[in-house]
Design a protein around this ligand. Structure first.
Ligand code: GLV
Length: 337
C-alpha cells in the first residue's frame, strides 16, 4: 500500500484546494490551459488512485479501463454527464461532485442572461462600439419587460429555486416543471406546477435547470420551441445538449421565438462558424455560470475535500453512486494498490 495516495488534477485550481490535497497525497497537476487530451488523461490516470476532474474531462469506459488503481473521481462541478457513471460503478470507482456551493452564483448568471437577452444588453454594447449610437430614439432597442412577466423554470432544484427567488423580486409569475411536484417550494416560492407543454406555451421566459441524462437530452426540440410564444426568450445555463441547437437556430432565425441566452452550447466551445453567432437575438457566454472568485475557490475546495474523503474510505453526501459503497469498501479494505 502506498504511503500517500497518488492524485491527478486535470487543471490548476483556484484557492487552497491543491495545498489541501498535498498535505496527504502525491499530487500531479495538468499544466495546460486546455484540458488534457484523452490520451494524456489515460496516461496520467494509469497510476492514480484519485482523479480531480472538470466537466471538460471525459471519464469514459476507455479511461476507466486504463486506470486499474483508480478508486475515486471527484468532479469539480454539480453536473456529472462527463462521467460514465455505470462504468465507474461497475469498476467500483466512487464518483463525487460539488453541489450546493455554486447555487447562488449560477442563479445570478441565469438571471443576468435573462435580463441581457430581454433588455438587449450585449446587443446594445455591440451597437455602441460599432458607432451606431447617433441619438436617443423612441423606438431604438426596445425589448420586453422582465418585471411582471411569466417565468417558466424547467427543473426546480437548488439553482432553479434560486432563480425563482430572484424572479420574485421582479414581481414575476413563476411556473415550474420537473420530475416531481414540490409542494413546499410551491408555497415558499409561489411557483405553480405545469406540464412542460403548458409551461412553454404560457411563459415569457423559459429557463432550463435540469440535469443532462439520456432522458433529458434534446428536451427542447422543434416541437417544444413551436409551443413557445413568438415573444418568448429561452435561457439555458444547464447543459447545451438539453436543447436541439439546430432547432433553436431555426426558431431564432425565423422569429418563432424572440431570443435566447445560452451559457452552455453543444459542443463547447461553440465553433467560430456556428450560425448562432450570426444572430443578434442570442446572447452567448462561455459556460461561466459558477465563475465568481469565491465560488470557484469553494468548488475547488469541496472537490478536494470530496476526493480526500473518498481516499480515506468515507462515502459522503456528495457521492453520486453511493449504492456501490459496500463493494467499494471491500475493494479498498486491503489498502490502495
Ligand atoms: C457547471 O456546469 C456545473 O455542473 O457545475
Amino acid at each position: 500500500m502506498p504511503d500517500r495516495p497518488r492524485v491527478f488534477v486535470t487543471r490548476n485550481l483556484p484557492g487552497d484546494a491543491l495545498n489541501l490535497l498535498r498535505q496527504t497525497c502525491e499530487v500531479a497537476v495538468w499544466p495546460g490551459q486546455l484540458p488534457p487530451s484523452p490520451d494524456d488523461l489515460r496516461r496520467e490516470a494509469a497510476a492514480a488512485h484519485g482523479l480531480l476532474t472538470l466537466l471538460t474531462d471525459r471519464i469514459d469506459a476507455a479511461l476507466l479501463a486504463a486506470a486499474p488503481k483508480l478508486v475515486a473521481v471527484s468532479n469539480m462541478a454539480t453536473g456529472y454527464d462527463n462521467v460514465d457513471v455505470a462504468e465507474a460503478s461497475r469498476r467500483l470507482v466512487l464518483l463525487s461532485r460539488t453541489p450546493g456551493v455554486l447555487t447562488e452564483t449560477s442563479a445570478d448568471l441565469a438571471f443576468g442572461l435573462l435580463l441581457a437577452a430581454a433588455r438587449r444588453i450585449a446587443e446594445g454594447d455591440r451597437y455602441v462600439r460599432a458607432g451606431n449610437w447617433r441619438t436617443w430614439g423612441p423606438e431604438i432597442m426596445l425589448g420586453p419587460d422582465v418585471h411582471g412577466a411569466t417565468l417558466g423554470i424547467i427543473g426546480l432544484g437548488r439553482i432553479g429555486a434560486a432563480v425563482a427567488r430572484r424572479a420574485a423580486g421582479f414581481g414575476m409569475r413563476i411556473l415550474y416543471h420537473g420530475r416531481s411536484r414540490q409542494p413546499q417550494a410551491e408555497k415558499d416560492l409561489g411557483a405553480a406546477y405545469a406540464d412542460l407543454d403548458t409551461l412553454l406555451a404560457q411563459s415569457d421566459f423559459v429557463t432550463i435547470h435540469a440535469a443532462l441524462t439520456e432522458d433529458t437530452r434534446g428536451l427542447i426540440g422543434a416541437r417544444q420551441l413551436a409551443l413557445m410564444k413568438p415573444s418568448a426568450i429561452l435561457i439555458n445555463t444547464a447543459r447545451g445538449s438539453l436543447v436541439d441547437q439546430d432547432a433553436l437556430y431555426e426558431a431564432l432565425r425565423s422569429g418563432a421565438i424572440a431570443g435566447a441566452a445560452l451559457d452552455v452550447t453543444d459542443p463547447e466551445p461553440l465553433p467560430a462558424d456556428s450560425p448562432l453567432l450570426a444572430l443578434d437575438n442570442v446572447v452567448i457566454t462561455p459556460h461561466i455560470a459558477s465563475a465568481s472568485f469565491a465560488t470557484r475557490s469553494e468548488m475547488a475546495r469541496l472537490a478536494a475535500e470530496n476526493l480526500l474523503a473518498s481516499l480515506a474510505g468515507d462515502v459522503n453526501d456528495n457521492v453520486v453512486n453511493p449504492e456501490i459503497a459496500g463493494d467499494w469498501r471491500s475493494r479498498i479494505s486491503g489498502g490502495l494498490q
